[in-house]
Ligand binder design. Sequence first.
Ligand code: ADP
Ligand code: MG
Length: 243
Amino acid sequence: MTDDVVELERVQKRFGGVTALDSVTLGFARGTFTAVMGPSGSGKSTLLQTAAGLERPTAGTVRVGGTDLATLGETGLTLLRRQRIGFVFQAFNLLSSLTAEQNVALPLRLAGRRPARRDVRAALAAVGLADRGRHRPAELSGGQQQRVAIARALITRPDVLFADEPTGALDMSTGREVLALLRSMVDGQRQTVVMVTHDPVAAAHADRVVFLADGRVAGEMTAPTPQSVAERMTSLETAGARG
Ligand code: ADP
Ligand code: MG
């Protein structure tokens, strides 16, 4: 028995001759915030995409909420992604022709549910955008757009929220607001969050940091501080350059 909502067991992912992930075994427990770090090309995005069922592993097992993703066909996988997984990207990926409310309601519409306006408004209020529901993405700042994307990702109450460099396109203070929001989702709602970042200060918002190098787990750290994370990253990059 485990409290892990996402489990990867000896996961390998190859693209042609490139091994992006090599025997990765990791678990993510409910209500925890994990940062994933590593040099460029170390497999961070592939890890998120494989854990989210966006990519199928070449070998090994991915389980989300106890379901082995390999047992699902394309339709089952699509449904699981819609119902149990939220994903936010560096580039927000909002639909520019839709208002904030319509963007947030979209996952419910895709699931064939009629979105209750009250639920959509509550989701926007939870990210501090109660008064921006009628705005289109172009009328919102970058930080506001990312908060709409987070509200959209969480409207289905997913088991896990994956975020691939969610602050990468934001200035420092706006990025800090988004990180504080993710932290509050973990602390207040036991949301599980897994976030890729390059920034040691961002990683220090997490409970745990997983370090990747060459597609493998190269170490872990709990109770990270910006200093301890930066030191570990430097030693990983130095080892890689030597290697
Ligand atoms: P990171 O996010 O840490 O920068 P990625 O997971 O994007 O790393 O990539 C890991 C490795 O896998 C890299 O060598 C990259 O070129 C390769 N890779 C990732 N996605 C693909 C793909 N769709 N096709 C081919 N190679 C890929
Ligand atoms: Mg990446």
